[in-house]
Design a protein around this ligand. Structure first.
Ligand code: NAD
Length: 358
């Protein structure tokens, strides 16, 4: 690499700092091993930013995010900030970063390690070798549509689901290209039997498929997709869907991988700049106890190297180090396994580091 890359590190709240400091140590180690010259900067986000500055996404953080080449985020939120007005809530910081940086494509792989089959909530034969990718549109749909609000008498509330042709087309392109790099099967999920937005979604994706004759496209209604994910998850290769449906389906897929603590995610814009973060939240129930599984955050570093910087070898090295530690039988508390093989957050990241350096 010729130009120094800046990575903005946003630890956040709850277990966010615990898992993301583990991930940062892995990133620093990879930086050293491969001589990558990454510069890592840190800033405030979420509830901890609100406590120190009065807002969950300070201007300074947003500017640093704009200037950086990639962002590594822990998690935000917690009961301490639950009663704040909507615009001050920690989760607003995520929506702000996603929309300001136009991070419209959210990649959520659900890959089950062969050593964690027993931790899955489904029977082994249903999930063995599971490897599916959910691509969720992240900056449109009902989470952002206007108007939204509450009627004056407070007895009615409303949101708007809206997608433009352009928004559907750009997420569609990302999904077809991802399918081309995998097993060339793309399933588009919508609710075209009820929603006009979904009828447009289906038309645009179908039109687009003419440019990708090597990809086999299918369509599925979201209620059926939820059922099929639990019934026969291995029928899927890549799923593309809108913001709301993707949010729900990806959490269903999460449980098949053994624990939400195993799932990384990437949110990317049209220049491959991305925000990388574990799928889980700030887990206030286990925060500060060393019980958090850092692997989702560490896998998010691998996604960053691969998706934003095209660095396949160091990305695979991290994934292999994780597989090796799982193969040796080490587990965090959220994963099934014998008590004497259980590690806390720091011990797990130390094991991964030893494997990377070894
Ligand atoms: P959560 O993901 O924080 O926790 C759900 C359950 O999974 C909890 O029992 C938790 O202990 C467990 N869990 C989560 N991550 C784990 C890990 N790495 N290792 C072991 N166990 C883990 O979801 P929640 O409880 O619904 O939300 C808690 C807070 O997080 C809320 O304030 C919510 O708004 C916020 N949240 C933030 C994000 C984010 O920052 N991207 C995402 C989801 C929720």
């Amino acid at each position: 690499m010729n130009k120094k890359k800046t990575i903005l590190f946003l630890p956040g709240d709850g277990i966010g700092p615990e898992v993301s400091y583990s991930a940062k140590s892995i990133l620093e180690s990879i930086n050293e091993i491969y001589n990558l010259d990454f510069i890592i900067e840190e800033a405030l986000v979420g509830g901890s930013a609100y406590d120190q500055t009065g807002v969950p996404l300070p201007e300074e953080t947003l500017n640093a995010a704009r200037k950086s080449d990639a962002i590594l985020l822990g998690a935000v939120g917690g009961p301490k900030w639950d009663d704040l007005d909507y615009q001050y809530r920690p989760e607003r910081a995520l929506l702000g970063l996603r929309s300001e940086l136009d991070l419209f494509a959210n990649f959520r792989p659900a890959i089950l390690s062969e050593y964690l089959t027993a931790s899955s909530s489904l029977k082994s034969e249903k999930v063995e070798n599971l490897d599916l990718l959910i691509i969720r549109e992240l900056t449109g749909g009902i989470y952002f549509g206007e108007p939204r609000g509450r009627k004056e008498d407070k007895k009615e509330a409303f949101n708007t689901m809206i997608y433009s042709h352009e928004e559907i087309e750009r997420i569609g392109r990302v999904a077809f290209e991802a399918a081309q790099k995998r097993n060339k099967n793309l399933c588009s999920v919508d609710k075209a039997n009820v929603l006009e937005v979904s009828v447009l979604w289906r038309e645009v994706i179908t039109d687009l498929s003419k440019n990708y004759p090597d990809v086999n496209l299918s369509h599925m209604l979201v209620d059926n997709a939820a059922m099929q994910l639990v019934r026969e998850p291995k029928q899927f290769d890549v799923i593309v869907t809108g913001n709301l449906f993707g949010d729900i389906l990806s959490d269903i897929a999460a449980m098949m991988t053994g624990s939400i603590g195993m799932l990384p995610s990437a949110s990317i814009n049209s220049e491959n700049k991305g925000m990388f973060e574990p799928v889980h939240g700030s887990a206030p129930d286990i925060a500060g106890q060393g019980l958090a599984n850092p692997l989702a955050a560490i896998l998010s570093v691998a996604m960053m190297l691969r998706y934003s910087f095209g660095l396949e070898e160091p990305a695979s090295k991290i994934e292999e180090a994780i597989e090796k530690v799982l193969k040796e039988g080490y587990r965090t508390n959220d994963l099934e396994g014998p008590e004497d093989m259980k590690l806390n957050t720091d011990q797990m990241s130390q094991k991964i580091l030893e494997n990377l350096r070894g």
